[in-house]
Design a binder for this molecule. Structure first.
Ligand SMILES: Cc1cc2nc3c(=O)[nH]c(=O)nc-3n(C[C@H](O)[C@H](O)[C@H](O)COP(=O)(O)O)c2cc1C
Length: 224
């Protein structure tokens, strides 16, 4: 087994988990995940990421407050939301949405059920922990980009230790609320959250896997 095989196994096994068991992840496991994730590159080695990580009791406190907030308030993100999804991006977004709805038995056009499933974001899909990721605002777009690398590193390191994850922009959508709840200064941007814990393997929401575009939609070879 080569290092590449090991890496691609981990990359292939990771998926976004949308139903968790309630048992917590030991703190030393979380520290191993974060230590590994911190090995990703960043411009000038600035390492702009910081993570507020909640224990089970604090996760519950946040979950309850966030759900109530999201029911009653529009989003107020720190980052610009995507302007639009058109063409292949719209198709891919739809496809993974339908996969989820099909897995949990939501019929096309059932808006109430789709909305209820979307609101599960604000219950953190039942995860016992959440990592709130922030970046230094002064580092701008590249700081945010570095944090994207950190998210990937976190999810892969977690997968390697048997811990399931889901990155969630939905939480960052309520960035103003997150700032206030966790007392985050405006000098830091709320990028995303990662809910994590042990997967509920029997839950239908965890029974589908997304696809990836063929390589010719990714690589544009140029030969001299
Ligand atoms: C930055 C980022 C934000 C995401 N936000 C959400 C979210 O708010 N809610 C959600 O259900 N999934 C979210 N996802 C998960 C994506 O839907 C998922 O990664 C994608 O469909 C590919 O599926 P996979 O992770 O299972 O391979 C997010 C992923 C990333 C990387």
């Amino acid at each position: 087994m080569t290092g590449f095989d090991t890496l691609t196994d981990i990359l292939g096994a990771r998926y976004s988990c949308r139903a968790f068991r309630s048992d917590p992840v030991p703190r030393d496991t979380v520290e191993r995940i974060v230590t590994a994730a911190c090995r990703v590159p960043s411009w000038c080695n600035a390492q702009p990421w910081q993570a507020i990580i909640t224990d089970a009791a604090e996760t519950d406190r946040f979950r309850e407050a966030l759900f109530a907030h999201a029911q009653a308030n529009n989003s107020q993100p720190d980052l610009d939301w995507p302007k639009q999804y058109v063409g292949r991006y719209k198709d891919r977004r739809r496809a993974c949405g339908w996969q989820l709805y099909e897995a949990v038995g939501i019929e096309k056009g059932d808006r109430a059920a789709s909305m209820a499933q979307m609101m599960e974001n604000f219950r953190l899909f039942g995860a016992p922990h959440v990592a709130i990721l922030t970046s230094e605002a002064d580092l701008g777009t590249y700081g945010v980009m570095d944090c994207g690398g950190f998210i990937a590193g976190f999810c892969l390191a977690a997968q390697a230790l048997g811990v399931a994850t889901i990155p969630q922009a939905a939480i960052a959508g309520h960035g103003r609320f997150v700032h206030e709840f966790f007392d985050i200064p405006d000098s830091r941007l709320v990028i995303a959250a990662i809910s994590f814990g042990f997967e509920d393997a029997d839950h239908p929401a965890n029974r589908f896997r997304t696809t990836r575009a063929p390589l010719d939609e990714v690589i544009d070879w140029r030969a001299g």
